[in-house]
Ligand binder design. Structure first.
Ligand code: 13P
Ligand code: SF4
Length: 362
């Protein structure tokens, strides 16, 4: 790591004062996250974005998180400028979010309607529910059709919210989070189908569709999908008594073998609250796992990654100290670089969907 940036970042940060806050997702590298005013999972960071009075939000995370912060942030009003969100590197995307394009989602919705779904309520009614890891346009799509957004920390509550209003759910774009959540609620696999946007009508027969309660979009996180059930068996054999805790973006087979599932914030909580001498194998991004290992080693807790090759989110990693220094120094000069701005027409319904999300407790 290049620590020569530290002084530049710290100096710019200090001069900017309370007008600016730096938000850092738990997957950020140490050299970046150490400058965050607030750290969190995607739920916590979007809640902070919706509540802060700062004028500039420098989001050290990925694109969909910065978009959501812009949607939830303060608009311009009564002589006061609106909040502006900055993503230090515009290339920090999310491969899972890229697996669902708004036009594909519209096509999917049309094909579900052609198959007879879409009643206002009761039999044949359906609501779209999207994971936070999706574009603002998809969030708006869900909001406009009575649906909502969820994160990994409130997915179950969001499913319950939707099932209180409709018979079926279309869950976008992470099939694993959708399957893990639905299964934990007692929905059998026979009532889940996977919609493949690269097949006619998603590759789902009308009979399968009729029997389904949950239609899962065929998307996944390429980082979390690398954890396999045999990794759980291997760490348990090597470290008897170890607790396996994983992010719910992992495959169902891995989640079934794990002791606990949780969002990044929850995984941190589990480790912090465990007694001295505890051992954990964690199935999530490597920067978070390494940071926890370092922090808790002096407290007698052993923390290892579930897969010993370690899973790196290359897009989270794109945010470097150099990018952070550059964005802060530009702000000092009055320039907002890498401004993330969601189109006004998209913003309205995306805000509706995100507001519903914030009503469902994490
Ligand atoms: P969290 O909301 O748990 O932080 O997850 C975000 C994410 O992208 C995990 O891959
Ligand atoms: Fe996206 Fe996966 Fe990276 Fe999370 S870990 S930001 S889901 S690619």
């Amino acid at each position: 790591p290049d620590h020569s940036m530290d002084e530049r970042i710290a100096a710019a940060r200090k001069k900017l004062g309370a007008s600016t806050i730096i938000l850092g997702h738990h997957y950020q590298r140490d050299e970046v996250i150490r400058f965050a005013d607030y750290t969190g999972d995607s739920y916590k960071l979007s809640k902070i974005a919706s509540e802060t009075s700062a004028d500039y939000l420098v989001f050290c995370g990925v694109h969909f998180m910065a978009e959501s912060a812009d949607v939830l942030g303060r608009d311009a009003a009564e002589g006061r400028a609106g909040q502006q969100v900055i993503l230090p590197d515009l290339n920090a995307g999310c491969s899972m979010a890229d697996m669902a394009e708004i036009s594909q989602v519209e096509d999917c919705w049309d094909s579900l309607r052609r198959a007879g779904l879409g009643a206002e309520s009761g039999e044949g009614s359906i609501l779209p529910l999207t994971y936070m890891n999706s574009t603002a346009a998809i969030k708006a799509f869900c909001g406009e059709r009575g649906g909502l957004v969820c994160t990994s920390s409130n997915a179950r509550g969001a499913f319950e919210w939707a099932f209180a209003r409709a018979e079926k759910i279309l869950f976008l774009p992470d099939q694993h989070l959708g399957r893990n959540t639905a299964f934990a609620m007692g929905i059998p696999m026979s009532e889940m189908v996977v919609y493949d946007p690269y097949q006619i009508n998603g590759g789902i027969t009308p009979d399968r569709l009729k029997a389904a309660k949950v239609i899962l979009w065929k998307g996944h996180c390429s980082v979390h999908q690398r954890f396999l059930p045999q990794h759980v068996d291997q760490v348990r054999a090597k470290y008897p008594g170890i607790q396996v805790i994983v992010h719910p973006e992992c495959r169902w087979e891995v989640c079934q073998k794990a002791d606990t599932l949780g969002s990044t914030e929850r995984l941190i909580q589990l480790v912090s609250q465990a007694p001295e001498g505890s051992m954990f194998a964690i199935g999530t991004e490597i920067h978070l796992v390494n940071r926890l290992a370092k922090e808790f080693a002096p407290k007698g807790k052993k923390i290892i990654t579930l897969d010993d090759t370690g899973c790196l989110c290359t897009t989270m990693y794109r945010i470097s100290p150099q990018h952070l220094a550059w964005t802060l120094e530009n702000l000092l000069e009055g320039r907002v670089v890498n401004h993330i701005k969601v189109r006004e027409d998209v913003k309205h319904w995306a805000r509706v969907a995100l507001a519903r999300m914030l009503e469902v407790k994490a």
